[in-house]
Design a protein around this ligand. Structure first.
Ligand code: UT7
Length: 317
């Protein structure tokens, strides 16, 4: 049943992740190309990354755990949104395979906003709750190892494979989404792209510079939309591309660095999966308490940016 009801917000009731099966350390990469553990660690913060699996396969694993935690049966889900920039096929959308494997009976679609894809999908999902859906499954899943040029040391050191999923459920009232912002600067396509069937090409320094600005601007817009200030933010769940990008953005936002959640040391950059994987870590290690304000913020090829302010509540636990 999907009767439009603008009085419904939503809350996150389940979450799960999956990571590529094989661990590749910096030393493994150094044995194959002209790089070193020291350089990668110092310039990016990454120690190792996980690769392997398919985008659909990782999404199914993460999705299954999120459904189980939310106490949902497959038929309870009204919509699947799969954020991915590495679909398994050109046609059809990977979400169809995920829908089938999870036994869902609802509509399913892919959403490609590169590394901002999960937050784009989350905001879209909350919109559908306002349109009358009761439960939406949102997954970010990527197999970037398939589009990485393993001969190119400037990109091969960065990326990994993984997935993260959440179930959001409608509830009367405003729900947990207090503010959000979606952006895109399409003129910046050439600084980070992969042609159909091709590998990632990136102007690293330029992406770095733009990323810090895009993340900071988007975060500020969301914080303002929520009627809050930087001081109100309990934890930042940023896109996991480079620890130096996260540190620079935190400085610009005036939020203490120890408020940023990071997983990139063990995962590398998993694009649209990185924010839900970091969210999973923050929720599972018990640091997030009822009433805490979370800022989810990402940037990516496009060049896209996205952020969302989520207020955690007892009823999320
Ligand atoms: O989801 C969004 C995806 N992308 C990003 O967020 C990436 C944003 N950019 C970055 O994270 C950084 O720009 C990189 C990590 C990619 C590169 O770090 P950097 O500090 O900007 O290094 P650089 O490109 O300026 O290169 C500095 C030096 C160069 O040597 P010379 O010209 O100074 O002799 C590079 O050739 O480091 C060299 N270099 C490396 N050396 C060892 C580049 N990659 C490597 C490497 N190992 N893997």
């Amino acid at each position: 049943m999907s009767e439009i009801n603008g009085n419904y917000g939503g809350r996150i009731t389940g979450w799960g992740i999956a990571l590529g099966s094989e661990t590749i350390t910096n030393d493994d990469l150094a044995s194959r190309m002209d790089t070193s553990n020291e350089w990668i660690l110092e310039r990016t913060g990454i120690k190792e990354r996980r690769i392997g699996g398919s985008t659909a396969g990782l999404a199914v694993q993460a999705g299954q755990d999120a459904l189980e935690m939310a106490g949902c049966k497959a038929e309870d889900i009204d919509l699947l949104i799969l954020a991915t920039t590495t679909p398994d096929d050109q046609i059809p959308a990977t979400s169809g395979m995920v829908q089938h494997e999870l036994g869902l009976t609802c509509g399913a679609m892919d959403l490609n906003a590169a590394c901002s894809g999960f937050v784009y999908s989350l905001v879209t999902g909350f919109g559908f709750l306002k349109l009358g859906y009761k439960r939406v499954l949102i997954i970010g899943s990527e197999t970037l190892s398939r589009v990485t040029d393993w001969e190119d040391r400037s990109t091969a050191i960065l990326f990994g494979d993984g997935a993260g999923a959440v179930v959001i459920e409608a509830e009367e009232g405003n729900g947990c989404l207090l503010g959000w912002n979606l952006g895109c600067e399409g003129s910046l396509r050439d600084i980070l792209y992969a042609e159909v069937g091709g590998k990632i090409i990136m102007a690293g320094k330029e992406v770095f510079r733009k990323a810090v600005i895009a993340m900071t601007d988007s975060a500020k817009s969301s914080i303002a939309a929520a009627g809050l200030s930087s001081n109100d933010i309990s934890y930042v769940i940023p896109h996991q591309a480079n620890i130096r990008i996260i540190e620079s953005a935190m400085k610009r936002l005036g939020i203490a660095e120890n408020r940023a959640v990071s997983v990139l040391q063990k995962t590398g950059n998993t694009s649209s999966a990185s924010i839900p994987i970091a969210l999973f870590k923050a929720l599972n290690d018990g640091r997030v308490k009822s009433g805490d304000i979370l800022l989810l913020v990402g940037f990516g090829a496009g060049m896209t940016s996205a952020s969302a302010i989520i207020q955690w509540s007892e009823s999320n636990e």
